[in-house]
Design a protein around this ligand. Structure first.
Ligand code: DAH
Length: 358
C-alpha cells in the first residue's frame, strides 16, 4: 500500500534528520508509541478479513520492525556523536603551563624547630614536653627562684587567677620547667631537649608575648662543660650549615645554673646578609650552664652523685638569623603573603642526609 511506503519514507527521513536524543525519542513516541502512526496502522489489522490480513500483516509488522531498527541505529549514532563532542570539549592540552596551585607552607618556626630537633636527636637527645600552663613551683621555685627572688621580675609573667590555696598558675616564661618535670619523672642518665611555646608580657620588633624556645638537659655522673661546648658547637655547625663556627662562652648568671654562661657565635654583618661562623661580630644564641646543685636537689636528683648541664635557645631568633627575617611580629600575623614568602614547602622536610633547608 502506498501510504505504508510513504509513511516509511517520511519516518526514515525524519529519523535520519533527528539532531539529538530527545528529538529522536519524540519521533519514536509519534511512530511506535501507543497512539503512534505505526501503532495505529497495526490496530487496523484486527478489522481486516483474514485474506487481507495475510497481506497487510507482514507489511505493517515489517514497517514497525524497520522503523524500530532505524531508531536504534540513529540512537547509537547520536550517542557516539555526543561522546565525541564531550571528549573534544573536555580535552586537556598537556602542553599548556600548569596552573599555579595554592599550597600551604611550613612556618619558619616549625621548620627551625624540626631542624634543631633533628640535629639534637641525631646526637642522642630525646624530646620531652611540658604544658604551656605551668605551676609557679616548676617555672620558678624549683629552678632556684624562690618567691622573692629578683630574677622573677625579669620574666614579665602572665599569671592566672589565684587558686583557693593561694597558688597561682602561669603561662610558662621559659622551657626550663621541662627540666624539672623530666628530673622528677625519670632516673638519670637523662638527655633531653624540650622545644615549645613560651610567654612573656613583652612586644616589639624582636619580642612577642608568645615565642618559642628549645631547652636542653643532660644529667649523668660525669658530664661537664666540655660536653656542653661540643654539643652547642655541633648544633651550630649543623644548623647554620657551615663547616666551622667560632664560638664564645661568656660568664653570666642564671639562678638555675652554676657556673652560668652565655653563648655567642661568630658572624660577619658587613655585607647585606649575615655570614655565620666567621667575621668580627658576635651574636648571642643561647644561655647555658651546669645545673645548680640546689636545682638537682629540689628535683630529686642527688647532687653528690650526679651533675648535668643545660641550655636554652630562642627558636624564633634562630629562624630570624638563619633565614634573614628582620621583624618578629609578622611571625604571628597569619598573613598568607608573608607565609608564602618565608614558608617552606610541605614536602621539603629537613633531614640529616637530604639537607636541612632548601
Ligand atoms: N631559661 C632561660 C631563659 O629563658 C634560658 C636558659 C639559660 C636556659 C640557661 C637554660 C640555661 O637551660 O642553662 O632566659
Amino acid at each position: 500500500m502506498t501510504d505504508i511506503a510513504s509513511l516509511e519514507r517520511e519516518l526514515t527521513e525524519r529519523i535520519a534528520a533527528a539532531g539529538d536524543e530527545p528529538a529522536l525519542e519524540s519521533l519514536r513516541v509519534a511512530a511506535l508509541g501507543k497512539k503512534g502512526s505505526v501503532s495505529e496502522l497495526l490496530k487496523t489489522l484486527g478489522g481486516l478479513s483474514p485474506d487481507e490480513r495475510k497481506i497487510q500483516g507482514p507489511l505493517i509488522n515489517g514497517l514497525r520492525d524497520r522503523v524500530a531498527e532505524a531508531i536504534a541505529t540513529r540512537k547509537t549514532a547520536l550517542e557516539a556523536g555526543a561522546l565525541d563532542a564531550r571528549l573534544a570539549q573536555e580535552r586537556v592540552d598537556v602542553t599548556l603551563p600548569a596552573p599555579e596551585i595554592v599550597r600551604g607552607t611550613i612556618h619558619p618556626v616549625s621548620q627551625v624547630q624540626s631542624e634543631v630537633t633533628l640535629i639534637l636527636a641525631d646526637l642522642g637527645f630525646a624530646v620531652a614536653e611540658g604544658p604551656d600552663v605551668e605551676s609557679d613551683d616548676y617555672n620558678f621555685t624549683r629552678l632556684n627562684m624562690p618567691a622573692d627572688h629578683p630574677a622573677r621580675q625579669m620574666h614579665d609573667t602572665f599569671y592566672m587567677k589565684p587558686q583557693a590555696d593561694g597558688t597561682r598558675s602561669l603561662l610558662r616564661t621559659h622551657t626550663s620547667p621541662v627540666q624539672v618535670r623530666t628530673m622528677l619523672s625519670q632516673k638519670p642518665p637523662i638527655r633531653i631537649i624540650a622545644p615549645g611555646r613560651t610567654y612573656r608580657c613583652d612586644s616589639d620588633a624582636t619580642h612577642s608575648p608568645m615565642f618559642h624556645q628549645v631547652e636542653g638537659l643532660v644529667i649523668d655522673e660525669h658530664t661537664h662543660l666540655g660536653y656542653l661546648k661540643w654539643v652547642l658547637e655541633e648544633l651550630c655547625k649543623a644548623f647554620f650549615e657551615v663547616p666551622n663556627v667560632g664560638m664564645r662562652f661568656r660568664p653570666s648568671h642564671f639562678p638555675f645554673t652554676e657556673p652560668s654562661l652565655e653563648v655567642d657565635i661568630q658572624c660577619d654583618r658587613s655585607g647585606a646578609q649575615i655570614k655565620f661562623g666567621e667575621g668580627k661580630d658576635w651574636l648571642e644564641i643561647a644561655g647555658a650552664g651546669m645545673v645548680h646543685p640546689r636545682v638537682l636537689e629540689m628535683c630529686g636528683v642527688d647532687p653528690e652523685i650526679y651533675q648535668g648541664f643545660a641550655f636554652g635557645m630562642g627558636i624564633d631568633r634562630l629562624a630570624m638569623l638563619k633565614y634573614g627575617i628582620p621583624d618578629l611580629r609578622p611571625f604571628f600575623d597569619s598573613d598568607v603573603r608573608w607565609l608564602r614568602h618565608y614558608g617552606f614547602g610541605a614536602f621539603d622536610a629537613p633531614s640529616i642526609d637530604g639537607g636541612l633547608s632548601r
